[in-house]
Design a protein around this ligand. Structure first.
Ligand SMILES: NC(=O)c1ccc[n+]([C@@H]2O[C@H](COP(=O)([O-])OP(=O)(O)OC[C@H]3O[C@@H](n4cnc5c(N)ncnc54)[C@H](OP(=O)(O)O)[C@@H]3O)[C@@H](O)[C@H]2O)c1
Length: 324
């Protein structure tokens, strides 16, 4: 099969397409003939050498999510059969014509969705569900803020929080990105290059839950805008992993600071999460309350160009690789 490999750590050009043997499924796995693979910021970090994959995962083929057709099933697999159309959450290996994954990490292709649309789903939806609704315990009627609102994660979080009757706020780096956040369901999106998000949100009465991928000095500013019993959920640290904050704010307003990374979680965690997501999110897809946010599709062989676009941060929503 053809696969895009990280030939060495470095700029996008280190991504090279090569022939390599297709993987074989274990008893509880399926082999997917990949039709589309989603890009994630983690793939860029992995290529740069800043985010090594967990033990046991092929280190040289990136890709955390795909959509495609089941080509083979392990002996113990009951739910799926050859020919079923699925999307799947991976720990790596998605930039390829074939990938093997735990059968419980697959979800059915939503009705009427293309493979490119469906490849945008698994990583973003599972990350948002796990962090906003499990760890952040966002409730109907609460106020929710997501930073990086125009990212794949951000637009997913806006739509899901809105569908669960939260009032949604977002930050993003341009007026156009803010308009897209509001079109996706945010009550108010703040261009962080033009306005101080903490001052704006404090004047609007604060929020109950924040999903933060920025870190650095955002941590202290997030604490300023959290209401009593508020929850801050950290999923990345694009502005840096070190931060200083006032612990008295945590104590006096009984705040919770938490966070997680999805890729390193074990197989059972991901099976349970996929089942939750299918039960809670797939109905929202069926009613049109959640729609795909694909910005641009590149052929697999142009993965380097896709990475360059992601690093430019010009995109709004998801970048996808198509696989013939
Ligand atoms: N912990 C987990 O399990 C997990 C899982 C999936 C993703 N993530 C993280 O979630 C984030 C989003 O992922 P993605 O794949 O959706 O990436 P993405 O589409 O590339 O989004 C990154 C976003 O962050 C914004 N941004 C970049 N630098 C910033 C800065 N210094 N200050 C404020 N905003 C900044 C960018 O746009 P603007 O600056 O123009 O607004 C962009 O919208 C990534 O950091 C990723 O690593 C974590």
């Amino acid at each position: 099969m053809k696969a895009v490999k990280i030939s060495q750590h470095g700029p996008p050009e280190v991504l090279v397409i090569e022939d390599c043997p297709a993987p074989t499924p274990g008893p509880a796995d399926v082999l997917i003939r990949v039709r589309a693979a989603g890009l994630n910021r983690a793939d860029v970090l992995q290529r740069q050498g800043h985010y090594p994959p967990p033990a046991g995962v092929a280190a040289d083929i990136p890709g955390l999510e795909v959509a495609g057709v089941i080509a083979a099933c392990g002996d113990a697999v009951q739910r799926w059969k050859v020919g079923d159309e699925v999307c799947a959450l991976l720990a790596g290996g998605g930039y390829a014509e074939r990938v093997v994954v735990d059968a419980g990490h697959c979800l059915p292709l939503p009705q009427g969705w293309s493979f490119t649309d469906a490849a945008s789903l698994p990583e973003a939806v599972c990350t948002v569900w796990s962090n906003v609704f499990h760890r952040g315990r966002l409730q109907p009627g609460e106020r929710f803020l997501v930073h990086g609102g125009s990212s794949g994660i951000g637009l997913t979080a806006i739509q899901l929080a809105k569908a669960r009757d939260a009032q949604v706020f977002a930050t993003a780096g341009s007026a156009e990105k803010c308009r897209e956040c509001e079109a996706a369901g945010a009550t108010r999106a703040i261009n962080y290059r033009a306005e101080d998000f903490a001052a704006v949100l404090t004047s609007l009465g604060g929020v109950d839950v924040i999903l933060d991928m920025v870190g650095g000095d955002y941590v202290a500013r997030n604490l300023e805008v959290l209401r009593p019993d508020g929850r801050l959920v950290l999923i990345a640290a694009m502005k840096g992993a070190e931060s200083t904050f006032n612990v008295l704010q945590v104590m006096t307003r009984r705040l919770t600071i938490t966070g997680s990374t999805l890729r390193s979680r074990d197989g059972k965690f991901k099976r349970d999460l996929a089942a939750d997501v299918e039960r809670e999110v797939w109905p929202l897809i069926a009613t049109g309350e959640f729609s795909p946010q694909v910005y641009r599709v590149f052929p697999l062989a142009e993965a380097a160009a896709a990475h360059r676009l992601m690093e430019s941060s010009q995109h709004i929503g998801k970048i996808i690789l198509s696989v013939d």
